[in-house]
Every structure is written in structure tokens, then in C-alpha cells.
Design a protein around this ligand. Structure first.
Ligand code: ADP
Length: 590
């Protein structure tokens, strides 16, 4: 159904009612006016007729007939009316305008019928003789208590009709003016009623679109004012509640998105309800575009698909660990649970993912370390035990043999001691660095390196090696000289150990804008690339037998790394088998 605005309901209705009223009143008024005119004219004619009747009473006998005609003509001309005198049988005896002899019998004329009966009669009809409407009034002429005839006076109605027409035209113009005014007033009233409603409708539409900043004007009428105030109040309330909800939502989103753990929520059809940034990064998907899609479509990982199905099927929380094969291998720990609404209805499932790669690595490093320590300690202990037992079993009696065995025992106990000392040293650095207990002073790095060279020089000389120092800059750097010296000694010690007799070692100290470089270069055996990433791990050795033979503990580089890290710096290695190695320490200049 086609709907029209309220305006088009009010305005035409008002207009039609007003127009009908005006037309009806004008119509009735003009009719009443016309009958008033006629009655007035009729009364006038009757009065004249009665006056005439008095004069004519004695004139109706035969002798006065000619004078009657003269009288009728005279009086008729004088009063501008037509006078007709008729006998009771309808015979016309005198007439102002016509010759009575040629006039037909008037006995059937209604006004005459009335007059002959004894009372005044009147009629309006069209006169064929004169070609116009006329009003006729006839009164009886009484004499001696008998009706002797009738006198009739007539007037053309043209004057009345013309007058009436003029008045009717004026009434029509007035009515038209009234209708136009009424239309204007109706228009204004309809507008007055509908405009606030139109504004309210616009305002309500704005509210429906979520724009609550605008307030509706309050109209003058009580009902509309209260409606408008209610709408405004509703908008304020909605605005407040929506802002609160938005803020809460933003806070929740912020928490959710900045969580380190990956979170995925799915509905019962395995469609993603939400996925946070961490989960998006794990599976390389965009959280925004993935939301709403099925998990099979959005995430390319069969393990998570299977785990999601398991979560949705199980009524208890489920857990699983699986590997993620991306650029790097990652180990994920997934925990899944049912997602329920307040009433406990199942909406889907929520999965929390933890990247446990690092934890796993640390755990592995720890267990490797324990295994390595046990192994490293057991070897010399077993050897010592073996030689001591041999001595006790009788070898002690052989002086040369026992001396040889005791030398071996001495060497291995020394090694045991070296391992324990290095381990203790390492754990002390770790603890001190963790508790920020390491004391730093301002010192010249080149000076520290020089002392380290002095410490290693005797061992280098034993192998006919020389150490060349090149140093630039003379500013002081925040260091713990003792620890730094230890780290450089470890690097120089390795350079001496893993180089051929007679080769040279270069040490550079280079001050740069933000850091100081210490570089130890040798021309020794070098290291194959596959060992480089693990070289700084505790007990990691490229060639175990050789390292042991050379008295290494496998902890030298680990210690050096911890010392450098305690200084806020880092250590790196470049090496190639047969070409030598370059170890570089970078210390920040704070
Ligand atoms: P180690 O006590 O066995 O020397 P480190 O921690 O000092 O233990 O070194 C670990 C391993 O790195 C060594 O066993 C050795 O194989 C290798 N390495 C260290 N420095 C050098 C070097 N300058 N040249 C060649 N190999 C080296």
C-alpha cells in the first residue's frame, strides 16, 4: 500500500471540510435569500392587490367594464406592474398589457383558482406572452360576502433574479476567498502539526544509524514534547551505554590482542569467532580477515584442525603439544576447552596456544648440561680411581710405575679442579650478573687487553708464537677489568691452543662511536660452519679428544660469552677450517 505523509492526511481533510462547509453555508444562504426576496416581493404585490381590490369592489358590474380596462392600464403603468382583472368564471375583463378580448380564459391559473376560492394566491411561472419569468399574486374581489372576481398583479422576476444573481456572485467570491484562506490556514496548521513529527522522524533515523550527538527539538505541544524528551533521553542513555560497551570492548580487545599466548575461539561449526594477534602470527594469518571463516579455510595446519575437532568433541579440557613447521621449527603447547554462555549452553571451543620452543630448548640445555657435567667429571674421577686401585693392588711397590701413575692421577685431578673452578666461575658470573652485583669502573679497554696478552705470552712463547696488538682511541669505557681480562685471556688461550707452532695472533682494539671492538685473530685450524652456532654453549667442543689433550674444559667460550653479556655487549665468531678464526667482542660505550 502506498503511504502518504501525515501532512497529506491532515491538509486535504481540513480543506475538504472547510470547503464543504463554506459551499453548504453559501448554498443555503443564497437559497434562503432568494426565498426572502420572493416573499418580500410577494408581500408587496399582495398589499398592492388588496389596495386595488378595495377600489374595484363596486366596478365589476357590466357598466363599469370599459373603465376597468382604463384603470388597469393607468394604474399598471403608474406602478410599473401588470394588473389583470378576472371574473369568477375565468374571463379576463381588464389587463394592463393585453387586450382582454383576445386573452384566454384564466380559470385554470393556480393563483386565480386560489383567489376565486376566497384567499390570496400566488405563482411564479414563465410567461410565453412576455417571454420571461413572472410573479403573480391574485386576491379575491369580495362584495356582499361573495367573490365577484379576482384582481391579479404581476411583476417580472428579472429584477429579483438579477439582484439575486449579483448577490450570489458576491457570495461565491466570498466563499472562494474563504476557501483560499482556509486552505492557507489548513496548510499552516498541518505544517505545524507535522513539522515536529518530521524532525523527530529524522532524529530517530539518526539514532537508528548510531549518531547520538544530535538532540531533537522539543515542540510546544504537550504530547509531542514528551515524546521528543523521551527520545532524547533514550538517545543519551543509549549513547552512554554504547560508549561504555565500546570502551570495555576496546579494553578487552587490547588485552586479548597483546596477549603473548595465541588464542583462538571457534563456534560449533568450527568457524573462527575470534583469533588474536599472537595466534595470527603463529599461523601467518591476518586476524581480521580470518574471523568468520572456517578454521580449515583460514589456517593451513592439520594439527590445529584435529585439535579443534578434539576440543569440540570433548566435554573436558584437552591438551596437546605439536610442532609447527614454518621458517623455524616451533613447538606449541595447546590447551582447549569448551566455550559456554552464561546458561551453560555450548557455543564452541577456545584454544590457548603457548610457544614452548624456548622453554623446551632451555630444558634441553639444562639436561644436556647436567649430562655433560656428569660425563666431564666422571672421566677424570674414573681414571683417578682406576690408577689409585692399581697402585693399591701392588703397583705402589714399583717406584717408577707408582711415580708414573701418580703423575697421571695428578694431571686428572688438576683437570677435575679446572672443570670445577670454571663451573663455579661461570655460575658466579651468572648469579652476579642476575643480581646486578658486578662492579664496573671506567678503564681503558686497550690496557685490559694488554694485561691479558701479558698473561698468555709465556704460553705463546712456548709455541714460538707472538701476539700483536693494534689499539685505537684512548677513552675510558665502563668495564669490570678483571672479568674482561678473563674473557680475553680465554680467547687468546684458545688462539694459542688451536694454532700451529710459530703462527701469529693479532689483537685489535678499536673504539667506535657507540662501542669498542676487541678482535682476536689467529691463523689456526679454524672451525667448520656447522659448529659455529653452538660454539658458545657449555662443554661444546669441536674435537673432544684434542680439547682434553690440550687441557681444555669446554667452558672457556661460555665464560667469555657470559662476561661480555654482563657488560651489555656481545661476542661473535667468524671462522673457516684451515684458515683461522676471528673472535669479536663488542662492548657498548656507556
Ligand atoms: P676448550 O676448553 O675446549 O677450549 P672452549 O669453550 O674455549 O673450550 O672452546 C670450545 C671449542 O671451540 C673448542 O673445543 C674448540 O674446538 C673450539 N675453538 C675455540 N677457539 C678456537 C680457535 N681459536 N680455533 C679453533 N677452534 C676453536
Amino acid at each position: 500500500m502506498r503511504r502518504h505523509g501525515l501532512f497529506w492526511h491532515i491538509f486535504p481533510t481540513y480543506l475538504v471540510i472547510t470547503a464543504l462547509t463554506v459551499v453548504a453555508v453559501s448554498w443555503y444562504g443564497s437559497i434562503a435569500l432568494r426565498s426572502f426576496f420572493y416573499e418580500h416581493a410577494e408581500g408587496d404585490l399582495r398589499a398592492r392587490a388588496l389596495l386595488l381590490e378595495e377600489r374595484l369592489r363596486g366596478e365589476l358590474d357590466g357598466r363599469g367594464r370599459e373603465s376597468l380596462q382604463v384603470l388597469a392600464v393607468e394604474l399598471g403603468r403608474a406602478t410599473d406592474t401588470r394588473i389583470t382583472i378576472i371574473l369568477p368564471d375565468g374571463l379576463v375583463v381588464a389587463d394592463t398589457d393585453e387586450d382582454p378580448a383576445v386573452m384566454e380564459n384564466h380559470a385554470d391559473r393556480p393563483e386565480i383558482v386560489e383567489a376565486i376560492r376566497g384567499s390570496a394566491g400566488s405563482a411564479i411561472r414563465y410567461s410565453h406572452t412576455l417571454g420571461m419569468n413572472r410573479m403573480y399574486v391574485a386576491v379575491p374581489i369580495n362584495s356582499d360576502g361573495k367573490v365577484r372576481g379576482a384582481v391579479r398583479i404581476s411583476l417580472p422576476t428579472t429584477a429579483i433574479d438579477d439582484e439575486f444573481l449579483r448577490i450570489r456572485q458576491r457570495i461565491a467570491i466570498a466563499a472562494l476567498v474563504m476557501v483560499v484562506i482556509a486552505a492557507g490556514v489548513s496548510f499552516a496548521v498541518a505544517r505545524r502539526i507535522t513539522r515536529p513529527l518530521v524532525e523527530m522522524r529524522r532524529g530517530a533515523l539518526r539514532y537508528a544509524q548510531g549518531r547520538f550527538g544530535h538532540r531533537l527539538p522539543v515542540p510546544a505541544s504537550l504530547e509531542l514534547a514528551s515524546l521528543s524528551e523521551t527520545l532524547n533521553h533514550m538517545a543519551e542513555e543509549l549513547d552512554r551505554q554504547i560508549s561504555t560497551i565500546r570502551q570495555q570492548r576496546a579494553e578487552q580487545d587490547a588485552v586479548f590482542y597483546s596477549m603473548k599466548e595465541g588464542v583462538i575461539a571457534v563456534d560449533t561449526d568450527e568457524r573462527l569467532l575470534t583469533i588474536n594477534r599472537a595466534a595470527g602470527e603463529l599461523f601467518e594469518v591476518d586476524p581480521v580477515s580470518a574471523t568468520g571463516r572456517s578454521i580449515q579455510e583460514a589456517i593451513r595446519n592439520t594439527d590445529i584442525h584435529a585439535f579443534t575437532s578434539r576440543t569440540l568433541l570433548s566435554s573436558d579440557p584437552v591438551e596437546e603439544e605439536f610442532e609447527l613447521l614454518a621458517d623455524t621449527r616451533r613447538l606449541l603447547h595447546a590447551r582447549g576447552a569448551a566455550l559456554r554462555d552464561k546458561k551453560g549452553h555450548r557455543l564452541g571451543g577456545v584454544i590457548v596456544l603457548n610457544d614452548i620452543t624456548r622453554v623446551h630448548q632451555l630444558e634441553k640445555v639444562r639436561s644436556d648440561f647436567v649430562a655433560n657435567v656428569s660425563h666431564e667429571l666422571r672421566t677424570p674421577v674414573t681414571l683417578i680411581q682406576g690408577f689409585v686401585e692399581t697402585l693399591l693392588d701392588g703397583a705402589i711397590d714399583d717406584a717408577d710405575e707408582s711415580r708414573r701413575f701418580l703423575h697421571i692421577v695428578h694431571r686428572h685431578s688438576g683437570r677435575l679442579n679446572a672443570i670445577i673452578e670454571d663451573l663455579l666461575y661461570l655460575s658466579r658470573i651468572e648469579q652476579d650478573a642476575g643480581d646486578s652485583r658486578i662492579a664496573f669502573d671506567r678503564a681503558l679497554v686497550a690496557g685490559v687487553v694488554e694485561t691479558a696478552i701479558d698473561v698468555c705470552l709465556p704460553r705463546a712463547r712456548e709455541k714460538d708464537m707472538h701476539i700483536d696488538l693494534t689499539a685505537t682511541g684512548d677513552s675510558l669505557t665502563r668495564v669490570n677489568a678483571q672479568l674482561l681480562e678473563h674473557a680475553v685471556v680465554n680467547l687468546l688461550d684458545n688462539a694459542v691452543k688451536y694454532s700451529e707452532r710459530g703462527s701469529s695472533i693479532g689483537v685489535d682494539v678499536k673504539e667506535q662511536e657507540t662501542d669498542v671492538l676487541i678482535r682476536v685473530r689467529d691463523h689456526g685450524v679454524g672451525i667448520a660452519p656447522e659448529h659455529l652456532p653452538r660454539l658458545f654453549e657449555r662443554f661444546y667442543r669441536v674435537d673432544k679428544a684434542r680439547s682434553r689433550e690440550l687441557g681444555g674444559t669446554g667452558l672457556g667460550l661460555a665464560i667469555a660469552k657470559h662476561i661480555v653479556q654482563a657488560h651489555g655487549g656481545n661476542i661473535d665468531v667468524e671462522s673457516a677450517p684451515g684458515k683461522g678464526s676471528v673472535f669479536t667482542i663488542v662492548l657498548p660505550r656507556i
